[in-house]
Design a protein around this ligand. Structure first.
Ligand code: NAP
Length: 553
């Protein structure tokens, strides 16, 4: 027995590396010191605390500040994640004063916090540190006043000069405002840090993204720039890293030898709401694929990073993007399907089509749905098809990554049961965050009938079930200076580069069709042809349009 144990131990740890008190040699000691050092560094990384600072929000009267930023700050305050000294200067064009602004932020917190039981004393304690400035952000004088206010607050509150500037304004204003801040002397890190948070979309195409990066780099260092892709702030997106790299179980299977294809879906049940004007100049490819979907692909397909340092993870994601097989303009009809929702009736309720939405051009050819088949040309993924799709007015709000494993090389059981023998790993990003593993078992009874079952893990089953919002996590990271979950300049450019031929083909070739799909269905039928080979997309919830009322979630 003893011999057996030793043999197993030797197999796992070569004898020269076993920590044996009697044979503790210098090499082992050095390794132990390195591991301990790494552990301590990692602990500090996790325990980083936000330093005192002033948060300046440009666009503080907008939807993002109302629905996302204000509730996120409330939870940070509630859970003790805001620094001791924290001031917020909100800037908008609306004619408000500080009292009105606090009232608006209070409404945002109350309406969009996930919990019903709110701590009103915490809300008031937070709002006491909010100040409003009205400005159209054009006059240099306004920036000089902003600088004065920041200096005064620093003296009054005995703060150390740290500042975060959050750009919750239309992307067309990013360069302009950064230039003004630079002229006013607010970009230089002479007294405390200066961090600059840019909302998506970061650019409109490859050229505008490069221009934006170049202009920002002429004023700021990359270290100061935080490009937000709020999908990266989602707990379940980060869990992709942990699922993949903390389990020995998956890595041997995570490649072209065992994976048949990979599917990434980000479905929205809502339409364009009151953002028709903005959306019509953007579309699903720019709004969802360029950032959220491609980042999920990056994390699914990347090689293990050398550490959890931001650049180590970024380098691996960049390599995936650089390995994406270019879809040439002439191949776009073969690999990409675009669609637009049309009027429909869902549960007896009439829904308008996209072209009837307020702010949308009645002849618009902007896509509200896009599905893409593509390949990653590297040793791990060569030949494995990846499929991604996203759309508005689909039957459900659901984001998930599905790893479809190859079937067994020879099916031993009844041929009719072959379809039931499906192995899938479903990583559910939202809602009902969790992981499902589908596999086959013997159906109880005589013979060898096969049945497919699911092993289902829900985050909500955990004792500490509260999942912080993406904005809470990302704001916290900006405050502590952790750039792991922010998009790097070269990564954003690589993503635009991949999409460039698709955008060009759609813009220049009127023969490429845009397919209609009734609101409340899973997109154009043409998208089913894309996945081909007798396969179908996974439908986490069937159509809720009147012809099929059924939902799996
Ligand atoms: N809302 C979201 O959930 C969401 C999600 C992801 C990314 N984003 C991004 O976040 C940014 C803000 O989005 P939002 O939804 O909050 O937009 P929004 O509701 O339209 O608000 C925009 C804000 O910017 C101000 N603003 C608009 N045009 C301006 C101009 N020309 N000069 C100066 N200020 C101007 C507005 O001021 P007034 O209202 O006072 O006129 C308002 O405070 C955009 O880049 C958007 O793409 C938003």
């Amino acid at each position: 027995m003893v011999v057996k144990k030793k043999a197993v131990r030797d197999l796992i740890f070569p004898p020269s590396r076993q920590v044996n008190l009697l044979l503790f040699n210098l090499a082992d000691f050095k390794i132990a010191v390195i591991i301990l050092t790494l552990y301590i560094v990692n602990c500090f990384h996790i325990m980083n605390k936000a330093e005192d600072h002033i948060l300046v929000v440009f666009g503080a009267t907008g939807d993002l500040a109302f629905r996302k930023i204000a509730p996120a700050l409330y939870y940070m305050k509630l859970y003790g994640n805001l620094p001791e000294n924290f001031e917020l200067i909100g800037i908008g064009r609306k004619n408000l004063n500080t009292v009105d602004f606090r009232k608006r932020m209070r409404e945002g917190i109350i309406s969009f916090s996930e919990e019903k039981e709110l701590k009103y004393d915490v809300i008031e304690a937070l709002l006491r540190h909010f100040i409003y400035i009205q400005s159209d952000l054009v006059s240099p004088e306004d920036y000089r006043s902003l600088k004065l206010m920041i200096e005064q607050l620093n003296v009054e509150r005995k703060m150390n000069g740290n500042c975060i500037f959050y750009f919750a304004v239309p992307p067309g204003k990013f360069i302009d405002i950064t230039n003004h801040l630079s002229e006013a002397g607010l970009t230089v890190e002479s007294d405390g840090f200066r961090r600059f948070v840019y909302e998506k979309p970061f650019g409109y195409d490859l050229a505008s993204c490069r221009e934006l990066n170049n202009t920002l780099h002429s004023i700021l260092s990359e270290k100061q720039i935080y490009r937000i892709d709020h999908y990266l702030g989602k707990e379940t997106v980060q869990n992709l890293l942990v699922t993949r790299f903390s389990n020995g179980l998956f890595e041997p299977l995570w490649n072209r030898n065992y994976i048949h294809h990979v599917e990434v879906t980000a479905a929205e049940s809502i339409g364009v709401e009151n953002r028709g004007g903005f959306y019509d100049s953007s579309g699903a490819l720019r709004d969802m694929v360029q950032n959220h979907l491609l980042h999920m692909v990056g994390l699914t397909a990347m090689e293990p990073p050398s550490s959890l340092q931001p650049d180590a993870i970024g380098n691996e994601i960049l390599k995936v993007f650089q390995s994406l097989q270019v879809i040439k303009e002439e191949e776009v009809p073969e690999y990409v399907v675009r669609g637009q929702y049309t009027a429909s009736v869902v549960r007896g309720e009439s829904l308008p089509g996209y072209r009837q939405e307020p702010g949308v051009n009645p002849d618009s050819r902007t896509e509200t749905f896009v599905a893409i088949k593509f390949f990653i040309n590297n040793w791990r993924w060569g030949g494995v098809p990846f499929y991604m799709r996203t759309g508005k007015k689909l039957p459900a709000r659901v984001t998930e990554i599905v790893i479809h494993f190859k079937p067994t090389p020879h099916f031993l059981f009844h041929i009719d049961d072959m379809d039931k023998s499906v192995n899938q790993l479903i990583l559910r990003i939202q809602p009902d965050e969790g992981i499902v593993l589908k596999f086959s078992i013997k159906k109880p009874g005589t013979g060898f009938s096969v049945e497919n079952v699911s092993m289902d893990f829900h985050y909500s089953d955990l004792e500490q079930a509260r999942i912080p919002s993406a904005y809470e996590r990302l704001l916290g990271d900006v405050m502590t200076g952790d750039k792991t979950l922010f998009a790097r300049d070269d990564i954003v450019e690589a993503a635009w580069k991949f999409l460039e031929p698709i955008n060009n083909a759609w813009a220049t070739n009127p023969d490429i069709r845009i397919y209609g799909y009734p609101a409340g269905t899973w997109g154009p039928e043409k998208a089913d042809e894309l996945i081909g080979e007798g396969l179908t997309w996974r439908y986490p919830c069937k159509n809720i349009a009147d012809e099929g009322l059924y939902c799996e979630l």
